[in-house]
Design a protein around this ligand. Sequence first.
Ligand code: PEP
Ligand code: MN
Length: 264
Amino acid sequence: LASRDFHPEDTVITIGDVKIGGSDLVVMGGPCAVESPQQIDDIARLVKAAGGQVLRGGAFKPRTGPYSFQGIGVEGLIMMAEAGKKHGLLTITEVMTPEYVDVCAEYADILQVGTRNMQNFDLLRKLGTCNKPVLLKRGFSATYDEFLNAAEYILAGGNPNVMLCERGIRTFETYTRNTLDLAAIPVLQSLSHLPVISDPSHGTGRRELVEPMAKASVAAGANGLIIEMHTDPDNSMTGDGVQSLFPDQFAALLEDLEKLAPLV
Ligand code: PEP
Ligand code: MN
């Protein structure tokens, strides 16, 4: 079902007046984690003002260590839903377990599967029965074939609205947190009809590399970008402040992107 052979036309996912997978570029911006009503409201205002269409933010965080901040849970979903509604943005949030799919789907417009869960098949099956679009992140050591098979689980369950997200893979290089695989963008678009989104934030782990890799992703044909932005990155509650853009950098990037591809 994920294959271009089966479905020659590009899939376009329409949510409200936002189309993902067409000729317009979709930008999803926001913090790694929802921290407080004030934080997510401030950031939502800035994402909207810069021309973004989707507010990102994690309420459930997949942390490498069990003692790190794990996200604020359902309260965070509620805060983000309110901020999204107030500022006219769609919302995307990560869901980590099948049990939380329903509550996340109640509050968010798009559900994100993180890199660590790309092959959580029970989660993928549950998302197949859900009526919200899913952004599936590539496992950090997954081949294209494994990635497309993971998408297949969701499609096979009856949910046709899946987008593929390249977020960097693990290589021998340690300077960057991950290696953003730019070739994945045209390869996935040739193998599959599903929209392809690039995440230059997790794909590099370094703020100064987000802008060039975002532009490179758009030049390579990405249908959208998911970018971390924070009003106070140095004090963010996850370690991802180092890769989060400051609001003025985010706004300047979107202004430049507008010249490469029209924002919806
Ligand atoms: C995130 O988007 O904050 C995140 C945890 O992403 P990934 O699953 O790609 O590491
Ligand atoms: Mn993050």
